[in-house]
Design a protein around this ligand. Sequence first.
Ligand code: SF4
Ligand code: SF4
Length: 223
Amino acid sequence: MDKIRLERFDSYGYARYICTSCYHCESKMGISYCSIKMRGCCSYFPKFELVDIHRMVKSTEGLNVLNRIIDNPGTVVYSYYIHAKGYFDKEGYEKYIKTNDDDIGIKDKTIFFRACPFVKSGFGCTLPPVYRNYVCNFFICDEVMSKVTDDIVKGQYIRERERFVKWAEWENRSLEAILSERHINLRNNFEECIKVLQDVPLTIFEFAQLKELSVFDTDEKEA
Ligand code: SF4
Ligand code: SF4
């Protein structure tokens, strides 16, 4: 039986949901027709916001991760966030769309042909969890969530994620205000932004304790 649990990184005020179903992903979102196989739903191109960059600038390890993100050929730096674009097999996608009209419940079929720049085939994410964004750290697909039977604890997981997202949006706005007061942003003075963020203490978000959740296969539910 698979499990979902909360892993907390208390000194950073951050956390992630670990779901063991992801180690053997069978969800539609995990289908890959591109060369990078067994990548789960890491077809996503992650966006790193100020709240994520703020965590990275606090350590040498984090700064190395930030450099990796910047050095990725598909990365675009915007004023207050960084978007790391990865692999997309456009030709394969266009061919697929012309010859397939099956409705498998996934609207955006480009995901079958994409891969995040930081995912390694058959291994998973190569970024340390504490530097991944909240989409990466808290997303669990509907297929897995529908196999969770404890609705009370499932609700707590969903609410804790929403609470963190609201806090992160607020934190992003506060950090943006600090940079814009100094007339700097990631595009016009990246180095100075990093120095300013290094001097701003991390605000610690406190996650609640959450009970482990069990993910039941259909057969297990019926047993
Ligand atoms: S969240 Fe769902 S789609 Fe993503 S890796 Fe886990 S099982 Fe697969
Ligand atoms: S950053 Fe890591 S977890 Fe997020 S999409 Fe990329 S490989 Fe997956």
